[in-house]
Design a protein around this ligand. Structure first.
Ligand code: FMN
Length: 421
């Protein structure tokens, strides 16, 4: 029986261990996690979601506070059209973080950045152009276009000197979405270097409706490859969503995928940016504790633990400080919040809404998004005497995907208890 290490992903003439750690915003796929993937010969993602706020935490910058102060007078104003990001700041924050991670990169792997189109930042085109250009300026190896069809994205950066050398890929959930993207990319004579095919069992936002259970990753991967064959294309396909063991990965590599994209198992590693108590909630989860709901203001379904505090903690929006999902001065949460407030003017914090304030709640780790198989995480480690689960390192999980066979999962090494003489 084969293991993942028997395969290689070939990109730009170089070979990589075919394991890609998917982007997990906000700062769940940390630089530390991505660096481990690269060190071990695979590909790691950072995510540029809420990058000004993330920079503030790592580098002590005051981008968020400055913006909040600048736009304070808009707090009572419902139309936030004038609450804009300073593009110079977006550029500086992105360059700072990308340059930092690229300087620290060791090993033969690569580091990519996950850029979501749905992060409209109240000026979708200009902010996306700035984010992508700054990441390329700072030396990122590759860009994964996510959460959107990205019909106009390549055009935004076609004049960048690295446009043809940086690796560019897109996440799709059907061959039709790929087809739409390819029509635009053909006009610029710039095919994607890889395509991530994400199935309905993934974490984060899903590229399906609430009927997600009718679809399956293997069928979509085959469909995408059949489409490529018809079109005379051979773009490497990276399959993701519900690939939980090395053997799962091997079955996709044997079925036409060039690599796998995995995330949920890395969300609970020591290097992940989730707080430790949230990682424990992931380990404790049962199948019944996980749902796909429409709480995200992006309009995409999202999978998360039902216990996610965001689902019951109504919050006053902070678009002046954050505003990453503002589009033309508003966001679906903001609209609902104001409506709910009209009927309940004395309760600014706890108004009940269908949508959640994704900026505030993702930032505070109150949205516990996870893949479908998060309920199996408890089988990947030890439960300790105090009832908590031992956090594996990213290297342990990566090596398990790379070398395990027969659907086995290698448990992390138990820490050696201190010698008492
Ligand atoms: C905690 C978490 C956060 C995620 N955030 C993002 C994100 O910000 N952008 C994105 O494109 N995908 C996101 N994803 C999807 C992953 O990158 C990945 O493609 C998918 O979850 C792989 O499936 P698996 O989790 O079953 O391994 C997220 C997944 C998880 C588990």
């Amino acid at each position: 029986m084969k293991c993942v290490d028997d395969f290689r992903l070939v990109l730009g003439g170089k070979e990589y261990v075919p394991i890609v750690i998917g982007g997990m915003g906000v700062d769940i796929s940390t630089a530390k996690l991505a660096l481990e993937a690269a060190r071990l010969g695979g590909i790691g993602h950072i995510s540029d979601a809420m990058y000004m706020d993330v920079a503030d935490r790592y580098f002590g910058t005051g981008y968020t506070e400055t913006k909040a102060r600048q736009y304070k007078k808009y707090i009572p104003v419902h139309d936030k059209s004038d609450v804009l990001f300073d593009l110079a700041v977006v550029e500086e924050a992105t360059k700072r973080q990308v340059a930092d991670v690229m300087e620290r990169k060791r090993g033969d792997g690569m580091i990519f950045i996950n850029c979501m189109e749905k992060l409209t930042m109240n000026d979708a085109r200009a902010t996306l152009r700035t984010r992508l250009s700054a990441a390329m300026d700072a030396g990122i190896d590759g860009i994964t276009l996510a959460a959107g069809l990205h019909q106009n994205t390549l055009k935004l950066i076609e004049d960048h000197p690295r446009f043809r050398d940086v690796k560019i890929g897109i996440i799709v959930s059907s061959h039709r979405a790929l087809q739409i993207f390819l029509r635009r990319s053909a006009k610029l004579n710039r095919l994607p270097d890889y395509v991530v095919v994400e199935g309905p069992l993934a974490g984060g936002h899903l590229g399906f409706g609430l009927d997600w259970a009718k679809y399956d990753l293997r069928t979509i991967v085959k469909d995408v490859n059949r489409f490529q064959e018809k079109e005379g294309l051979s773009i490497p396909v990276i399959a993701g969503g519900g690939i939980f063991t090395g053997s799962d990965a091997v079955s996709f590599l044997e079925d036409g995928a060039s690599a796998v994209q995995v995330a949920t198992r890395f969300a609970v590693t020591k290097e992940s940016g989730l707080p430790d108590h949230v990682k424990q909630e992931y380990f404790k989860a049962t199948e019944d504790d996980i749902e796909v709901n429409m709480a995200s203001p992006t309009g995409y379904p999202m999978r998360m633990l039902k216990k996610s505090p965001a689902l019951w903690a109504g919050v006053q929006p902070s678009c002046e400080a954050f505003g990453y999902l503002l589009d033309n001065g508003t966001c679906p949460y903001l609209k609902e919040y104001y409506q709910a407030l009209e009927g309940n003017p004395d309760s600014r914090q706890m108004v009940k809404t269908q949508k959640v304030c994704l900026c505030t709640h993702m930032r505070n780790h109150y949205v516990w998004t996870c893949g479908h198989y998060a309920y199996r995480l408890k089988d990947t480690t030890y439960k300790l005497a105090d009832g908590t689960y031992l956090l594996p390192t990213a290297e342990q999980v990566f090596r398990d995907y790379q070398f395990s066979k027969d659907n086995q999962i290698a448990l992390p090494e138990l820490p050696v208890p201190p010698f008492k003489g």
